[in-house]
Design a protein around this ligand. Sequence first.
Ligand code: ADP
Ligand code: MG
Length: 204
Amino acid sequence: MFAVIEGIEGSGKSTLQAGLAEALRARGRNVTTTREPGGSPLGDAIRTLFLAPGPPIDSVAEAMLVNAARAQHIAALIRPALQRGEVVLCDRFVDSTLAYQGYGRGLDLRMLRSLCSLAVGTLAADVTILLDCEPNLSRHRLAERGAARDRLESENLDFYERVRGGFLTIARESTRHVVLNGSDSREALVAAALSAIEGMEAHV
Ligand SMILES: Nc1ncnc2c1ncn2[C@@H]1O[C@H](COP(=O)(O)OP(=O)(O)O)[C@@H](O)[C@H]1O
Ligand SMILES: [Mg+2]
């Protein structure tokens, strides 16, 4: 079972991933948690480049960096864990590239989809849980978290509205996406995500 959690910064992805992993483990499942970009030494190095504040990174370069990390992540970590029969919970995947570089930065979606398909091959998420979240709520939460903003977190609210809309459009066009309200309680979100995963497993 390959389950992906998507949403803008501060929508609660990491929090949900941790709660979900705990709930699944309590049910006796073997769970691997991971995130994009990351999941391998190469991926972590790319993550550092990707998020470090600094001069603008060209959008195409950004899309290629994240897909290079993705290909390595799949080969080194995701595929092997799936082959061992584990549940893989991944914080961000292809939808983030489409939402940020496509809907957010304005790159051509067809070009992006083919770039992503080169990176993922035949792998697709069995279920994607989208934490829909108003950019204002996300801003507020990130401010409370108190950490310095990274490169993407420094984008303006318009950018986040476009990214949010992109995620929702992708989810609407799919039967393997479940949209949850990121402002719900942690407990409610874990329960809803768990039932989405178990519901999808019953169909595969
Ligand atoms: N359902 C929730 N209700 C209230 N606060 C939340 C919820 N989920 C996450 N948070 C808080 O919001 C902030 C961002 O959450 P986080 O999981 O780090 O988001 P993301 O990984 O999507 O950036 C954290 O301070 C976290 O404690
Ligand atoms: Mg996070």
